[in-house]
Design a protein around this ligand. Structure first.
Ligand code: UDP
Length: 232
């Protein structure tokens, strides 16, 4: 297998014989644009399994996606996509960076999910991006935003329901999309506790916020999420 790209927490491989693409989940955990970085045993496989379960639920609801199947303990097979360098954030409850930008009270429940877009540019700390700026930067077309927003809301519905059944509140999450070979927008990347905020009924944080805040028990919490999702 040929390594074609390596990010902070994932590697992309291409198998030239089978002409297949794979995503490997690394054990690295990072925050604040790599200012905080650790290796956590088992994180790759736990996140791979959580992503597989969640993508499975989304597939059942006909969400178009790059994910094909779990192909190893920390490996998934994906289709060939051209990634759109935009982070799509869906929020059900106000927490995190939005509190710095706008005067919402922490924990405020949005009556409808709020979708925000950020341009992936580490040197500029991923600034917010509008459809017009994306068009000017030749990132994607303006109409692609509408498609991403619609899909993001549909994805939120499915995830919120699944997590609720597991006794977990989906506060917010980040997803990424790509164009498949037919030029269609498909959900790509991962969905796991690195990219979601997940609170249990007592308000205990079970996601990467534990790492950001140095609260400890990060892997224990990730495994608890996995345990609960497996019971569904
Ligand atoms: N998020 C992510 N990658 C990023 C930034 C955010 O996965 O580079 C996720 C984050 O885990 C949270 C949601 O997106 O679930 C919203 O994050 P926010 O904008 O509040 O940013 P943060 O406070 O994490 O900087």
């Amino acid at each position: 297998m040929k390594l074609i790209r390596e990010g902070k927490t994932k590697k992309v491989f291409f198998d030239p014989k089978k002409k297949k693409f794979f995503l490997q989940f690394k054990n690295d955990i990072t925050a604040f644009n790599m200012k905080k970085h650790e290796i956590m045993a088992e994180k790759g496989e736990v996140n791979c399994e959580i992503t597989t379960i969640l993508f499975g639920k989304l597939k059942e609801k006909r969400i178009p996606m790059a994910f094909k199947r779990r192909a190893g303990k920390d490996l998934i097979e994906v289709s060939d996509v051209r990634m759109i360098p935009i982070e799509v954030v869906v929020r059900n409850i106000a927490y995190g960076s939005i509190l710095k930008r706008y005067n919402f009270k922490e924990g405020f429940k949005f009556s409808e999910p709020l979708v925000e877009f950020f341009y992936k540019d580490d040197a500029r700390d991923d600034p917010p991006i509008s459809p017009r700026i994306a068009e000017l930067l030749k990132v994607c077309r303006r109409e692609d935003f509408e498609k991403m927003e619609k899909l993001a809301i549909a994805i939120n519905d499915v995830l919120k329901t699944a997590f609720r059944a597991a006794g977990i509140t989906l506060v917010d999450f980040k997803i990424e999309f790509g164009f498949n070979e037919k030029g269609r927008i498909v959900l790509s990347d991962e969905i796991d506790p690195d990219s979601c905020r997940l609170w249990d009924k007592k308000g205990e944080m079970l996601d990467k916020e534990r790492f950001r805040k140095g609260m400890g028990n990060v892997m224990e919490s990730y495994k608890e999420i996995l345990r609960r999702l497996k019971r569904l």
